[in-house]
Write a protein that binds this ligand. Structure first.
Ligand SMILES: Cc1ncc(C[n+]2csc(CCOP(=O)(O)OP(=O)(O)O)c2C)c(N)n1
Length: 355
């Protein structure tokens, strides 16, 4: 199966082009944009982890190591396309236009943190694993029925491919030829379970065969291959040729969330080695250097601008006081169902007991 679904790569770890298929489109402008967006995503992620450690936001889900997969795939979207992220995809949502302030507010417990800017079709992060594949398929199918050329991209992890919703989403999208890009980030783990303990399939891309749709396996730390192959899949969807399953092979360096300890289930030397060798940001920096596009002063200026943007977002987030815990009940339905009301009542009784 690995030979039928070989891992595509454009840029190797040393920042050298090993596949010239898209070289004419790899302009200095695009390369720098990809770099800036990846750097921004990384700085946002690191800031969020620090904010959580200082108790200024709640539990956070880091994505360091997955920047190329998230930024490269989201930068191909056009206004009106739909994005269905998980809890780990802030690099993608930020690149597509979500505000850093609202992303911080989400992790502070504010429902308004889920609200995207006007005109950006970004769904709230899906916490139930794989549920969003169905939403993405439905939205794409609706666009198809309306006769637009808009599509959906949906993000999910390797663990999500063992859920029923994954199979229902792919099957339905295949049958209805819905314009969806199923974008899998295979980061090697579903919390603490390594991919090889979770499934016997050698790749995730091969799962596309069962649904008679294209399956593509990519080096998810190579932003060029992610960008151009996602663009190809999205263009295909827009032309009415149906869904694609993309497997971006990547790695998360840190914990599953700030609430767990990766040293309990993973060799930390391995994470350290990978940071030094396969880091997506470093790889693009090497390419920029090889091309003579890179200057330290340019990087310093970009970092300064991003720092300002992030600090302003933190300041804006902190202007909001602590979130209201009852929001989790009052923002579910306009008129609560009996089960939500029951849970709310039990919550209120418990809080009273504890005060
Ligand atoms: C339906 C459902 N089952 C179980 C969980 C508990 N859970 C939270 S994260 C996670 C692992 C998900 O792994 P993966 O899909 O690979 O995504 P990753 O977190 O690695 O990005 C599980 C099982 C859940 N959130 N939803």
């Amino acid at each position: 199966m690995e030979t039928q679904f070989p891992m595509k790569q454009i840029l190797n770890e040393d920042g050298i082009v090993v596949n010239s298929e898209y070289e004419s489109q790899m302009t200095e402008e695009l390369t720098k944009e990809l770099y800036v967006m990846m750097l921004r995503a990384r700085m946002f992620d690191r800031k969020s982890v620090n904010l959580q450690r200082q108790g200024r936001i709640g539990t956070y889900v880091p994505f360091e190591g997955q920047e190329a997969a998230q930024v490269g795939s989201s930068l191909v979207l056009e206004e009106g396309d739909w994005m269905f992220p998980t809890y780990r995809d802030h690099g993608a949502t930020l690149t597509y236009g979500h505000s850093a302030r609202n992303l911080f507010l989400y992790w502070k417990g504010y429902p308004m943190g889920c609200v995207p800017p006007e005109g950006k079709n970004i769904f709230p992060p899906a916490v139930p694993i794989a549920s969003q594949l169905l939403h993405a398929t439905g939205a794409a199918w609706a666009e198809q029925m309306k006769g637009t050329d808009r599509g959906s991209i949906v993000y999910f992890g390797d663990g999500a491919t063992s859920e029923g919703d994954f199979h229902e989403g792919l099957n339905f999208a295949s049958v209805y030829n819905a314009p969806v890009v199923f974008f899998n980030q295979n980061n090697g783990f579903a919390i603490s379970v390594p991919t090889e303990k979770q499934m016997k399939s050698k790749t995730i891309a091969q799962k596309a065969v069962a649904y008679d749709i294209p399956g593509v396996r990519l080096d998810g730390n190579d932003i060029f291959v992610v960008y151009f192959e996602t663009k190809k899949a999205m263009d295909r969807a827009r032309r009415g040729e149906g869904p694609t399953l993309i497997e971006a092979v990547t790695y998360r360096y840190g914990a599953h969330t700030t609430a767990d300890d990766p040293s309990k289930y993973r060799d930390q030397e391995e994470s350290k080695r990978r940071r030094e060798t396969t880091d997506p940001l470093l790889r693009l920096e090497r390419y920029l250097q090889n091309k003579g596009y890179f200057e330290e002063s340019w990087k310093a200026q970009v970092e300064e601008e991003i720092t300002k943007e992030i600090e302003k977002a933190v300041e804006d987030m902190e202007a909001y006081g602590p979130a209201e815990p009852s929001d989790m009940f009052t923002h579910v339905f306009e008129t609560p169902t009996w089960s939500v009301q029951d849970q709310y009542d039990a919550f209120k009784a418990r809080v009273k007991e504890e005060v």
